[in-house]
Design a protein around this ligand. Structure first.
Ligand SMILES: [Zn+2]
Length: 243
């Protein structure tokens, strides 16, 4: 199983979640929301061969944490993975749009300067600006759009831009999400939960809930479960080899 976007540090008992991920052999991209959280979050998983920690600055806290860009620069050399980063155009965060742009621009530029990174990107209600930024910063690395919720034409544009996509249970619970997922090329898709933020069956999502996505993909792709699992693993291996 692969959970390519989970906030392990935000669970009430991160150690027990990490332990269970190790026991189940789950590959996890453990994203962070602030640069100052990176050190403690990566320390959670030093003995987990299948868990990688991403250095992030979430767009929803960009206005409060823009002062941590120096901290971001400090840790950038230590990881190949960046996230959660991006833009959020929802009304409550749009008021801090300039700060979001400042932070996102800084991070894309910084990633380009070090030869590129694998980036887990938030684009809620901001898909077009996120894609414009990625188009203008092709050297920043490989974008993985997490929980994509743009239009079909935005999706086509993202595919042309060589974006990847991480898909969670929530995305498969709406007709619109399902339609978008069916249009994503199989070779650019990874599974995720966005736990504990995202909900599954009325509770916080857990990394092993990605199995629900695999089951849905098997139906959508008309493929046996084992083949879907294999495909997602091959995709992860391919993605990691790109940098
Ligand atoms: Zn997230």
């Amino acid at each position: 199983m692969i959970d390519f976007h989970a906030h392990l540090d935000l669970y009430s008992d991160p150690h027990s979640i990490v332990k269970e991920c190790n026991a189940r052999g789950i590959y996890v991209l453990s994203v962070t929301t602030t640069p100052s959280a990176w050190e403690g979050t990566s320390a959670l998983t030093t003995s987990s061969a299948r868990i990688r920690t991403a250095l992030g600055l979430h767009p929803q806290v960009a206005h409060q944490r823009k002062g941590e860009l120096d901290v971001f620069n400090t840790y950038l050399a230590e990881t190949k993975y960046i996230g959660e980063i991006g833009l959020d155009g929802s009304p409550e965060y749009k008021v801090h749009w300039d700060d979001q742009l400042l932070v996102f621009d800084h991070i894309l530029h910084a990633c380009a300067c070090v030869g590129g990174r694998i980036m887990s990107i938030h684009s809620r209600r901001a898909t077009q600006t996120v894609l414009e930024k990625l188009e203008a910063s092709r050297d920043s690395g490989v974008p993985v759009l997490h929980w994509f919720s743009g239009s079909k034409s935005d999706l086509d544009r993202a595919i042309t831009l060589n974006c990847w996509f991480s898909v969670g249970p929530a995305m498969l619970s709406t007709a619109k999400g399902l339609d978008l997922v069916s249009r994503i090329p199989h070779e650019r898709l990874l599974t995720e939960t966005d736990g504990p933020f995202a909900q599954v069956d009325g509770r916080n999502a857990l990394p092993w809930d990605v199995q629900q996505v695999v089951v849905r993909l098997a139906t959508l792709w008309n493929m046996p479960l084992g083949e879907v699992e294999q495909k997602i693993h091959l995709n992860l291996r391919h993605l990691v080899s790109l940098l």
